[in-house]
Design a protein around this ligand. Structure first.
Ligand SMILES: C[S@@+](CC[C@H](N)C(=O)[O-])C[C@H]1O[C@@H](n2cnc3c(N)ncnc32)[C@H](O)[C@@H]1O
Length: 205
C-alpha cells in the first residue's frame, strides 16, 4: 500500500480531536525548546511556527510581551481550520512545504515534530537559513523521530506515512551544511523510557 501524506493523517487527527493530546504530549519539550531560544529582549521579535498544527505554539509565543508578530503554517486543512476557529485574530497559513515560502523574514523559526515528514529535511533547513530567517535570526527545531530513539523507528510503518530517519550527527551536519552557526544539539523532555526530543538550535550570521 502506498504511503499517505502526513497532512492527510493529521487532518484526520484534528477531526478526531487528537490534536489536543498531541499538544499535551509535546508541551514539555516545547517549553524546554522555547527556554533554549535566545530571543531578543530589547526589541520586538517576529516568529513563525512551521508545521503548527492547531496553532497552540503560536498562541504560546504570542503571550510573550516581546513578540511583535507570530505566524503559523501547516499543510493540514483541518488543523488550520481549528487554529483559525480558536484564534480568529491569528495569522495561519494553509500550505504544503517545502513549496510554500513566507512573504517576510523572521527572527525566530520554531518547529516541533515536522521536519522528518519531509523527504529532504536538509533542503528545508537550507531554505530556512537562506530565505526565511533574518540575519542574526535563530532556528529551534524539535524532532522525536531520530535514529537513536529506537522506539520511534516503527512509527513510519505503523502510521503508513513517510519519515526521514537521521541520526543526531546527521541532523547536526544538516544544520551546519545549511549555513547555520553556533549550532547546538540538546535532548529535552526525557521521561521513563523516552530518551527525549532532539532539539537543534542554530543561528544565521
Ligand atoms: C506531529 S504534527 C505536530 C504539530 C505541532 N507542531 C505540535 O507540536 O502539536 C506535524 C504537523 O506537520 C504538518 N505537516 C507534515 N508534513 C507537512 C508538509 N509537507 N507541509 C506542511 N505541513 C506538514 C502536519 O499537518 C501536522 O500538523
Amino acid at each position: 500500500m502506498s504511503q499517505r501524506d502526513a497532512t492527510e493523517l493529521f487532518s484526520e487527527w484534528a477531526d478526531k480531536g487528537k490534536d489536543v493530546g498531541m499538544e499535551k504530549g509535546h508541551a514539555r519539550s516545547v517549553h524546554a525548546m522555547l527556554e533554549l531560544a535566545s530571543i531578543p529582549r530589547d526589541t520586538p521579535y517576529t516568529a513563525i511556527d512551521v508545521g503548527c498544527g492547531n496553532g497552540w505554539v503560536c498562541r504560546k509565543i504570542a503571550q510573550d510581551p516581546m513578540c511583535g508578530h507570530v505566524v503559523g503554517v501547516d499543510g493540514s486543512p483541518s488543523m488550520i481550520e481549528k487554529a483559525n476557529a480558536i484564534d480568529s485574530q491569528g495569522e495561519y497559513y494553509l500550505a504544503t512545504l517545502p513549496e510554500w515560502q513566507p512573504n517576510q523574514q523572521f527572527d525566530l523559526i520554531h518547529t516541533m515534530e515536522f521536519l522528518y515528514y519531509l523527504h529532504d529535511p536538509a533542503s528545508m533547513l537550507k531554505k530556512f537559513h537562506d530565505g526565511w530567517l533574518k540575519s542574526g535570526g535563530q532556528l529551534v527545531a524539535g524532532v522525536d523521530h531520530y535514529l537513536e530513539n529506537e522506539d520511534s523507528l516503527s512509527w513510519s510503518e505503523a502510521l503508513n506515512v513517510h519519515m526521514t530517519t537521521l541520526s543526531i550527527e546527521q541532523w547536526k551536519t544538516a544544520l551546519l551544511e545549511a549555513g547555520f552557526v553556533n549550532v547546538e544539539v540538546h535532548q529535552v523532555g526525557q521521561k521513563e523510557s523516552f530518551i527525549g526530543t532532539l532539539v537543534l538550535v542554530g543561528n544565521k550570521k
